[in-house]
Design a protein around this ligand. Structure first.
Ligand SMILES: NC(=O)NCCC[C@H](N)C(=O)O
Length: 304
């Protein structure tokens, strides 16, 4: 049995699910896209090909293994995009919460049932259908659980709004000893530069006391300001609109000292190295075309 344990975003990683790109299906039709960046690449004829994405994920897998991480992979479901394991379930403390994900992505969960077999069933939580939540929006951090949400009345019209206010209330009920801090995120179904698809698309804690942050991802300025004040301006790497689009905030922590990043993120990677981080660079540009990157591809199960 695997003893689940995830209390933050950066403690040394022991076990993780890494998504996979094999048999991820044909190029979707424009009306099948569920994020604006994929849509952009479908329309431009630049949607990533499977071979390239498999190669990128293999490079990520090799880095995780080099650092002694036990890596689980989903079973292959034919013609099903299973790259972004982050969103199908997430672990907080010793509980795995099944996400109530976009209906278009529901069957991805079946591919990790073999992982659930090594987890105590009492530790698996299944939220009611009214709770919409995806792991990209949820981040345990010290006494907090940070949650990205969309509070607008027009929630249902955004395929890019994945975590609702019922999820915020649900997480508070399940983790009463935690402070749930929610953030209203900017959404666009059509413009990837105006869309924070999940919280990890505009913010992520790194190291012991640092964060990557993008102001325009937040609809409420005080909520962005709260994060800036909490981490302290000198500990925050602020990213531009273009860097958010390139998914700079979606790097992945193997430990407080080791971060996996995209090889072209020169400004970020230099800032990290200057602050003593070990940066493991991998090619992940093709996967980035689907509005997800390294954090989105992982589902941490055990951190020290
Ligand atoms: N945590 C994340 O931001 N996940 C990325 C998911 C991208 C995928 N194309 C989606 O729209 O669900």
């Amino acid at each position: 049995m695997l003893q689940l344990n995830v209390r933050d975003e950066t403690s040394p990683l022991k076990a993780v699910v890494l998504g996979r790109a094999e048999s991820s299906g044909p190029i979707p039709r424009p009306e099948e896209a569920y994020d604006p960046k994929s849509l952009e690449h479908i329309l431009a004829g630049t949607y990533p090909i499977e071979e390239d994405m498999v190669r990128e994920m293999a490079a990520f897998d090799a880095v995780l293994k080099k650092h002694g991480v036990r890596v689980f992979r989903p079973e292959v479901i034919e013609d099903c995009n299973q790259i972004f394991s982050r969103d199908i379930a997430f672990v907080i403390e010793d509980k795995l919460i099944k996400a109530n994900i976009l209906p278009e992505r529901e069957k991805e969960f079946e591919a990790i049932l073999h992982v659930l077999d090594v987890i105590d069933p009492d530790k698996i939580l299944v939220p009611p259908p009214s709770v919409h939540v995806e792991g990209g929006d949820v981040m345990p951090w010290k006494e907090y659980i940070f949650v990205g949400t969309y509070r607008g009345e027009d929630y249902a019209s955004y395929i890019t709004a994945r975590t609702n206010t019922a999820a915020v209330a649900y997480l508070q009920e399940q983790f009463p000893h935690k402070v749930i801090k929610s953030f209203d995120l900017r959404k666009s179904n059509t413009d990837a530069r105006q869309n924070a698809l999940h919280l990890d698309c505009c913010f992520q804690p790194i190291g012991r006391d640092k964060a990557i942050l993008h102001k325009n991802g937040f609809l409420v300025e005080e909520e962005y300001q709260w994060l800036l004040d909490y981490f302290g301006r000198e500990n925050v790497f602020e990213i531009s609109n273009e860097e958010m689009y390139q998914m700079f905030s979606n790097v992945f922590s193997i430990s407080p000292d080791v971060i996996v990043s995209e090889r072209s993120f020169t400004r970020l990677n230099t800032w990290l190295r200057d602050r003593g981080f070990t940066v493991e660079e991998v090619p992940y540009y093709e996967i980035g075309k689907q509005e997800g990157l390294l954090r989105c591809s992982t589902l941490p199960l055990v951190r020290e």
